[in-house]
Ligand binder design. Sequence first.
Ligand SMILES: [Zn+2]
Length: 409
Amino acid sequence: MTPAAAAPSAIRRVRPPGHEGLADLLIENGRIAALLPAGTAPPELPTLADGEGRLMLLPALVESHIHFDKTLWGAPWRPNSSGPTRNHRIANEQAVLKDFPLSLAERAGPLIEHCVARGSLHFRSHVDVQPAFGIARIEEMLALRQRYAHLVDMQLVAFPQAGLITAPGTADLMEHALALGLEVVGGIDPSGIDHNPVRHLEAVFDLAVRFGRGIDIHLHDGGELGRFEIERIADMTEAHGLAGRVVISHAYALGAFAPAELYPLADRLARAGISIMSCAPSHFMAPPLAMLRSRGVNVCSGSDNVRDTWSPMGNGDMLDRARLIAMRFGWSKDEQLADAFDIVTHGGAKALGLGERYGIAPGCDADLLLLPAESIAHAVVSCPLERTVIRRGRVVARDGVLIADAALA
Ligand SMILES: [Zn+2]
């Protein structure tokens, strides 16, 4: 569902990045119709926002990796009770969510609204597909997406959190989830979780080919094992003609080797059209994002776990994520800070296949973020909360707060 088209309007006296001087923006039918010198937009048009020369005009942020179905955001604070290993965390999540007093919509709805108020309008959310949760979790997530379709674009990944091979019944449930409308085939640690890398990857790619879907694989497997799996993912991506439709999330293995050793692998990823998603974790080996980008690999980012049974961290703010990326890698030059911003905007748009309707050029959807900053570098460092968010030509949030009727529309 797309929102009803708003009446033609103008955004006045804003600063688009890379643009000489201030600009006015004309919006028609929910799209950017023209970018004009400031003061030249027809005065009779309603003013959607007036930057008064101090607001930057930016594309909406792209949240490329989040788990809305896991979050406890709408619930009272709950101390983390998980054990130290991934299998502990899977079992802990099953136990906590089994009889949780709030529904998925009551937990995740407020988080979606929070993310929108921070400027994200495009999402890829992984949805657990595991027999312990059954089809109900998938149907609840589809219903939640429908409820917010006027506010956000959201892709859903069928995510076999507990394993695709080792958890009986998961393969059938994955097919069911894809048939119900989840857009992307997920995978997870072909060795670390499923103990059979080739069989796991063949199952993932088989589903993608049969259902005509893209792929997004959680890959925490590290070292030589992780490198082997990344190479097999590249093989299968090329063999099945899936260039541009495969994302490897986390890819810690890429952080384990010296850059010179990784160049051939990075070049392989670039040729295969595989994107790398990294949250730029501080406690794991993060992929060298600058090197990957310099070799032509598309890089995107996400919040991943946001206040859930896995981690209390994560705040759903992708501008803050750009700041964390810069901090993680010691990026301080304006060009580097702009790279961090590019990862949470155009990098995400490319990974999610948003196409030419994403951006701030004429013809793009009017999905925009206005905030006080002198440059993109300044925006990333200062992370102002005074943000105006525009969805298809309508203001849906001001000063970091969702407008009430935007939530209900
Ligand atoms: Zn994840």
